[in-house]
Design a binder for this molecule. Sequence first.
Ligand SMILES: [Zn+2]
Length: 416
Amino acid sequence: MAIPHYKHTVATRFMEYVQVDTQSDPNSETQPSTEKQKDLSRKLVLDLLAIGIKDAHLDEHGYVYATIPATVDKKVPVLCFCSHVDTAPDCSGTNVKPILHENYDGQDIVLPDDNTVIISTKDHPYLKERIGDDIITASGLTLLGADDKAGVAIIMDMATYLIQHPEVPHGDIRILFTPDEEIGRGVAAVDMQHLGADFGYTLDGGERGHLEGETFSADAAIVTFHGVSAHPGYAKGKMQSAIKAAADFVAMLPKDNWCPESTEGMEGFVHPTSISGLLEKATVQLIVRDFDTKKLSLYAQRLTEMANTIMAQYPGLTADVQIKEQYRNMKEVLDLHPHVMAYAEEAYLRAGLQPYRMSIRGGTDGSRLSFMGLPCPNIFTGEMGIHSKQEYVSVQDMEKATEICVHLAQIYAEKA
Ligand SMILES: [Zn+2]
């Protein structure tokens, strides 16, 4: 055991943090998107100061930075542990009432404030692996916010342990709590210079043992159709409807391949996320995803060919396809620094867990951080059923993740 006789603080911290409403808002232009996220961030600064971390502070963009000072003199790479304070806009995060189900017995969990909300072992088979653990759920009216307050609480628990145990050898450790991860803007205003870390780990994964070092590469595509307008009473031979062109374009998209509904594992897809328009101009927005970045340009080419086909059917109508880069597969960066994953695997093993390298069919704050110069895979937290009223987390999973973070800090010091 890396951390014998330690009374973990992770569960009590977690139960406090989830009660603070930190929902982010994709329709807001401010940074952070909602002021209320700072309610938790301010509390985290106070908690960090209370532990004895002197430089903890919240900046004007909503980021919390703090340093656990090195306990060794030799030069050790600066590690960053990162998690996000916001919760998903998909489900209410107001008045979250966390419930601790001690020594979980393997039965379906019926939530008291709405007994139609049932966390069943059929829908959540991972629960069966957690029999005997202490499980925390919400009460049926809201999400829980384990995504990612589990990560926040784990990092706070690690900080508590390391400050109480200066005999544990480690270099400088930077803590970063971000806002707005759920709306894809988590690292938009992070000050990398100020952060000053060499390698990072996000705490935002699910099942115990999972270690995520690969994400999608992601582009957005905007396909715009410019129609030819005319008075409908006198439009014969003149009018070309952008609305019909856009609808035909969407109808051309496959439904049994190359789409989220039909792909899994390492398969990529394109996915229309919005359609809007008038006679003169209609726009289809899509997301384009694959683990292999090279394939994104092939997908863009295929979309352009489809738009050209539509153009040929509507003489006088024009179409254009615009591609915007969103994020890239972190594996491209991590492969240049193989020790980042290898040390994490060693930390899992020292904590008695078999590590499983997983790929995320999505992105993380770490995808962007990796390309901003901070190679940053994702460690599990136990958060499950996320973005829903059925969200839950195992206390023992969170404690295990704390232990892994402590091991990681030690491993970097040993190998330096
Ligand atoms: Zn998350």
